[in-house]
Design a protein around this ligand. Structure first.
Ligand SMILES: *Cc1c(COP(=O)(O)O)cnc(C)c1O
Length: 361
């Protein structure tokens, strides 16, 4: 068996030790006589798995006690709706920054539910940067302020946490959660689709300050009520049981093999530096993103020639560097180098890029 280096933006590469452990436990988990896939979510053996997953996430991210951790479904995209339905309930007004396709979608969705103020957008330069926060544009009475912290498609990331005063900051962390330490107490709500850096698809993690939940808009679907989900320990209905089990093992991998989020960050910085250093001296490939705004997780690059980009992707694929094609809305290339991508994967990719560059001088 030859595993490729998978640079997919999501679902994405998972730590090999986690996959091996899952394989070894596939038919029987512990001495339960059954696969985790087959277990009742209400069984004692499964309850241990989900509660261990939550407690590991709390330890790893240092989540304060006054925050709820929810294991939901529906993807990060459902949060574009769930956030306003639950939080846009005092003044009915919210501030949004639009720095890419996902925050644009979130903004569009929120506009269906209230009065949404576009504080800043980087649409003018194809989302290649992160605007500074102009406080005079913010509404001090907003119910919340929404950002997407890492822009998966464009390869940009906030280089600061917006200071929104007493207005709760809501952030989509789908493509950067667990990549480095983050001060959860600066946020009112964090959400993430798990399929980038936590687990396979099917799980959406929400971390929310307790005092922000409890009111919903009229006719909010029962399944979209954070409070109900919190009161039922994410077990109002069947949670994505197997994905949560993998998430638990990914968190164990971060704790035991990496050594926590500080170490995870150092590892990720090293990988990103290898790639950006190469891009910055290359005559063929360029990064469309200026240094301060560069994502550590999604590295976008172009040759400036669409045919050559295509050739590069197809050659890369043959050499075992897969899913490197940029998002259809941007073109070019994108190497997503999430937690589970080993340093060798990035080193070998850069070697291959240098070879390709030499052959196309
Ligand atoms: C992938 C992604 C989404 C969409 O996630 P789904 O789980 O597919 O709904 C939203 N926001 C960001 C930042 C993403 O990377």
């Amino acid at each position: 068996m030859a595993r490729v280096y998978n640079f997919s933006a999501g679902p994405s590469t998972l730590p090999e030790p986690v996959l091996k452990k899952a394989a070894s436990e596939l038919l029987e988990y512990g001495s339960s006589g059954q696969s985790v896939m087959e277990m009742s979510h209400r069984s004692k053996v499964y309850e241990e798995i989900i509660s261990e997953c939550e407690s590991l996430l709390r330890q790893t991210m240092n989540i304060p006690d006054n925050y709820k951790v929810l294991f939901l479904q529906g993807g990060a995209s459902s949060q574009f709706t769930m956030v306003p339905m639950n939080l846009l309930t005092k003044t009915g007004k919210a501030d949004y920054m639009v720095t890419g396709q996902f925050s644009k979608k979130a903004y569009g969705e929120a506009k269906r539910y209230g009065e949404i103020n576009l504080v800043a957008s980087s649409d003018d330069k194809n989302f290649s940067y992160i605007p500074e926060l102009d406080k005079s544009k913010c509404n001090p009475n907003a119910d919340y302020f929404h950002i997407c912290f890492n822009n998966t498609i464009y390869g940009t990331k906030f280089h600061y946490i917006p200071d929104t005063g007493s207005v709760p900051l809501v952030a989509d962390l789908s493509s950067c959660i667990l990549s480095e330490p983050i001060d959860v107490s600066k946020f009112g709500l964090i959400y993430a689709g798990a399929q980038k850096n936590m687990a396979p698809a099917g799980l959406t993690v929400v971390i929310v300050r307790e005092d922000l939940i409890g009111t919903t808009m009229d006719k909010t679907p029962t399944m979209y009520d954070y409070k109900l989900m919190a009161d039922n320990d994410s077990m109002y209905n069947t949670p994505p049981t197997y994905t949560i089990y993998i998430c638990k093992m990914v968190l164990e991998w971060i704790r035991d093999e990496i050594g926590g989020l500080e170490k995870m960050k150092a590892h990720n910085e090293k990988k990103a530096k290898i790639l950006y250093d190469y891009l910055d001296q290359s005559q063929l490939f360029q990064s469309p993103v200026a240094a301060p705004y560069r994502s550590m997780m999604n590295v976008t690059f172009v040759t400036g020639n669409a045919d050559l980009d295509k050739e590069f992707c197809s050659e890369a694929d043959k050499r075992g560097f897969v899913n490197i094609k940029g998002h259809r809305s941007v073109g070019g290339m994108r190497a997503s180098i999430y937690n589970a991508m080993p340093i060798e994967g990035v080193e070998k990719l850069v070697q291959f890029m240098a070879e390709f560059e030499n052959a196309h001088k």
